[in-house]
Write a protein that binds this ligand. Structure first.
Ligand SMILES: Cc1cc2nc3c(=O)[nH]c(=O)nc-3n(C[C@H](O)[C@H](O)[C@H](O)COP(=O)(O)OP(=O)(O)OC[C@H]3O[C@@H](n4cnc5c(N)ncnc54)[C@H](O)[C@@H]3O)c2cc1C
Length: 465
């Protein structure tokens, strides 16, 4: 290894949304030098591999890095997101991160960027093109790879496909050049939802779509995730609804029913009890579209696509060579057990607020920059588990309530969140005026119910363990 070592205070492995959000806050709040290493040729991580019609499913206003707006704060006036804050397209997300790198990080003189490079277990960075290795001399290694995002274009289907059968990742859908005999969408997550909505929006007959849904999911209602003053009362109502639902619930199934009844949760078919939950967010417009698809196959995962049938875990259905099979079966964010964020000379980026990866990364960078000892840092950054099943909502909320409580005891964190664009809500809370009567009323409901809600969360979890 004769090349010069890479020297920096922080070496960040992964220049996806999370690594970028962490680096951005570190750049703002410290004088540290940073090296960013990524296998991709551009910042943005999995967004580089996403399907052409992907969009954020949460508003642009609270995504990306703290120092730079994403989007223009527009409210969509048409389409399935009508009336809500804009959702950046995948292309917009990628060009945003590229601009952050080119216009802010590199000109700072404090950031080195190593695209098309892999960080190895032996603490070296290897160029994917030359194979040359460089040693690393860094004060801290920051692991920004924990989400392990897995998208269909990067992972071949995990089922066998017979010769002559067509099965493509949803990335290929815009290349369809003639009507197919049938469209079989394979997968139950947000990616499959996007494939179904895209087919319907672009004129496919709902009866020509068959949707293989191994597990139904609880979905979140996009109306409750809207930033800005005009939506703050809805946000306050939503957090109060959650804590009151917890307080009133007699059992876990009763809790889920209450979360649905008060408009927090949605599901595609009210007759089916979902067994999955991944923080996927839909608008009621999307739900209405999805419900037009009547041919839903609930026979488990696909085992193989044969010349005349699809073999599933719990049965078979017919198919043929004229059918377009659309693979949406990769897990998105696979299960990943939480671990301490601060581990001496290693920082492992994870969620510290539920379903908020970029806010979490920026927050962790702020805690790293502030004067706390390691135990305090870890207490303030207890990782929120990424969810797989409905019960994980409770596991997330248990940590969420504890983190919110600890943060509330640190006034400087309130100040930071007030000025953090990725937070989206604390600034509204601070700027409430007498005219905001509805928001005030919901915040009082929340304040009156949150302690008991935290206790009920622990109680329900102890009952199911
Ligand atoms: C379709 C889709 C839509 C989504 N929409 C939203 C949304 O609206 N809002 C939201 O908050 N979240 C959303 N998410 C969740 C998403 O995972 C996060 O927003 C975020 O993009 C995750 O970023 P990341 O940096 O953690 O992971 P990634 O994007 O996976 O980036 C990790 C990077 O690490 C690199 N890497 C890994 N190992 C190494 C190594 N050894 N050496 C060098 N580089 C390495 C990889 O090349 C990769 O670029 C969505 C996810 C998907 C799949």
């Amino acid at each position: 290894m004769s090349m010069q070592p890479i020297k920096a205070d922080y070496l960040i492995v992964g220049a996806g949304a999370v690594g970028m959000a962490f680096a951005d806050t570190l750049l703002t709040e410290t004088t540290a030098t940073i090296a960013l290493v990524d296998r991709h040729h551009r910042p943005g991580g999995h967004w580089n591999d996403a399907y052409p019609f992907v969009r954020l499913h949460q508003p642009s206003a609270t995504y990306g890095v703290n120092s730079r707006e994403l989007g223009s704060g527009r409210i969509d006036t048409h389409g399935l997101n009508k009336g809500f804050s804009e959702l950046a397209t995948g292309a917009e997300v990628v060009s945003y991160f590229e601009a952050v790198m080119r216009e802010r990080f590199l000109p700072s003189g404090r950031v080195q960027y190593f695209p098309m490079s892999a960080y190895d277990d032996d603490s070296a960075v290897t160029s994917l093109l030359s194979g040359k290795k460089r040693a690393v001399q860094a004060r801290k290694i920051v692991d920004a790879t924990q989400s392990k995002t897995t998208v269909p274009s990067r992972r071949p289907p995990q089922y066998a496909i017979a010769d002559g059968m067509t099965c493509v990742p949803l990335n290929e859908l815009p290349r369809v050049a003639h009507p197919e005999a049938e469209y079989v969408v394979i997968g139950a997550g947000k990616t499959a939802i996007d494939a179904c909505c895209w087919l319907l929006e672009n004129g496919a007959d709902p009866d020509a779509i068959r949707w293989i849904m191994p597990r139904d999911s609880w979905l979140l209602n996009r109306a409750n995730f809207q930033p800005g003053k005009e939506f703050f009362a809805s946000f306050a109502k939503s957090v109060a609804n959650q804590t009151e639902a917890l307080n009133m619930a007699a059992s876990v199934p009763d809790l889920f029913a209450r979360l649905e009844a008060c408009g927090e949760w949605r599901r595609i078919d009210p007759a089916i009890a979902p067994s999955a939950y991944h923080c996927a967010i839909v608008s009621d417009g999307e739900l209405e579209q999805l419900r037009r698809i009547k041919n839903i196959v609930r026979l488990g995962r696909v085992v193989s696509i044969e010349a005349d049938r699809i073999v599933l875990q719990h049965g078979t259905i017919p198919t043929n060579a004229k059918v377009l099979h659309i693979d949406c079966s990769s897990p998105g964010i696979p299960p990943n057990p939480p671990q301490p964020v601060f581990q001496g000379d290693r920082i492992v980026l994870q969620w510290v607020r539920y379903c908020a990866p970029t806010f979490s990364a920026a927050f962790i960078a702020h805690i790293e920059a502030a004067c706390y000892d390691e135990a305090q840092k870890n207490a303030l950054c207890t990782p929120v588990p990424t969810p797989q099943e409905p019960l994980d909502w409770l596991r997330m909320m248990a940590v969420e309530f504890a983190n919110r409580y600890r943060w509330s005891k640190e006034p400087q964190l309130d100040d930071w969140r007030t000025s953090a664009r990725l937070d989206g809500f604390t600034a509204q809370l601070r700027n409430l005026g007498p005219e905001d009567k509805e928001a005030m009323m919901h915040l009082q409901r929340y304040a009156a119910s949150v302690s008991l809600a935290a206790a009920k969360t622990s109680q329900f979890l102890s009952e199911v363990v």
